[in-house]
Design a protein around this ligand. Structure first.
Ligand code: TXA
Ligand code: MG
Length: 314
């Protein structure tokens, strides 16, 4: 398959209408979309990404009118989150309507809905005239793509089209909140923190741990994620590092050791923005060990620490 790269939202949308799969920018990470009501197009997403079939896809919408085709029941909490955070980096899980194919939801009776705020995404989704199911546009197991070039690196020849945009603003995936009950549950942290969600629905809670003390959240978080090939080690600003050969460092404070690759991030937002592309650069340079400085769990720091800890799990 030849993968075309376009700057035209309407060209990209016409590929969706023709049953194709198209990568597009959002404010979080790039997504890989297909018409949510076209099962054979959705199947192509799973094949292109080599994604396990038990991991459901988020459905992206251009306007709130599309919700009625997707949701069977909209709780008060879901409604409040739609009003406050759509468009934005939040995915709201609700009971699915019969029209939503089971392949999207991995057999669950719920569906994740998100309305991106990135302007190119909005133009594209509007032009598609149908909800668009889209996971992140990476090969399964690799860090989510934050640039169109990273999409090409993973999926060239495997997808129909890439809608080109700027590097993504936030750099980490959306917050996922389950609103099927009146006590919403945070399944994945993102730029919209638990604290911010609670300003709208104070009952929102974190997921309970399983017996092993693990917190999985969304089904997809059971799979290995966000990691470069290298071993990832989390460090404090004061800890010392001996072996810096073929090693890389990313964090908020500068270090005196010599690394093959080093990135100092001025703010937690910058750290979140740069992290996945940094992991990809480490892979390109065949870095063996990546040292990542821990972040404080304030604001985006909670999501950043979540992704760092998952990357450090082998
Ligand atoms: O920011 C984002 O969310 C990006 C952009 C493209 O929108 N998308 C994204 O998709 O990160 P993906 O597939 O990589 O991650 C979706 C997460 C997975 O962990 C999946 O298990 C969870 O959302 N999810 C989807 N539908 C769900 C559902 N019905 N119930 C629980 N979790 C769900
Ligand atoms: Mg993903």
């Amino acid at each position: 398959m030849k993968t075309t790269v376009t700057d035209s939202s309407s060209d990209a949308a016409s590929q969706i209408k023709a049953g194709g799969i198209v990568a597009f920018p959002t404010e979080t990470v790039y997504g890989l979309g297909a018409d949510a009501f076209d099962e054979s197009a959705i199947e192509k997403i799973f094949i292109a990404k080599q994604r396990p079939a038990d991991n459901p896809l988020i459905v992206h919408i251009a306007n709130l009118d599309q919700v009625e085709h997707l949701a069977a029941d909209i709780t008060t909490s879901a409604c409040k989150f739609f009003e406050r955070f759509f468009p934005g980096p939040l995915t709201v899980v609700v009971k699915k309507s019969a029209r939503v194919p089971n392949i999207i939801t991995a057999g669950l009776d719920t569906v994740g809905i998100r309305m991106p705020r990135n302007q190119i995404a909005r133009d594209f989704l509007g032009a598609c005239e149908t909800p668009v199911a889209a996971p992140s546009a990476n090969l399964s197991g690799r860090p989510s793509p934050t640039t169109w070039q990273a999409v090409l690196e993973d999926l060239d020849g495997r997808i129909d089209c890439i809608l080109r945009g700027n590097p993504t603003d936030i750099g980490l995936e959306s917050t996922v909140v389950d609103c099927t009950t009146d006590e919403p549950v945070l399944l994945r942290t993102g730029a919209i923190s638990l604290k911010i969600l609670r300003t709208i629905v104070p009952e929102t809670r974190e997921l309970d741990c399983d017996e092993g003390g693990r917190v999985f959240g969304s089904p997809g978080l059971r799979h290995r994620h966000y990691s470069p090939q290298a071993t990832v080690i989390l460090i404090d600003s004061r800890s010392t590092v001996d072996n810096t050969e073929q090693s890389a460092y990313i964090g908020g404070s500068d270090r005196t050791e010599q690394f093959s690759l080093k990135k100092i991030c001025a703010t937690p937002e910058q750290y979140a923005h740069d992290l996945f592309e940094f992991f990809r650069e480490c892979d390109r340079l065949q870095i063996r060990t990546v040292y990542c400085e821990k972040a404080s769990r304030e604001g985006i720091g909670a999501a950043l620490m979540d992704r760092l800890q998952r990357a450090a799990q082998k």
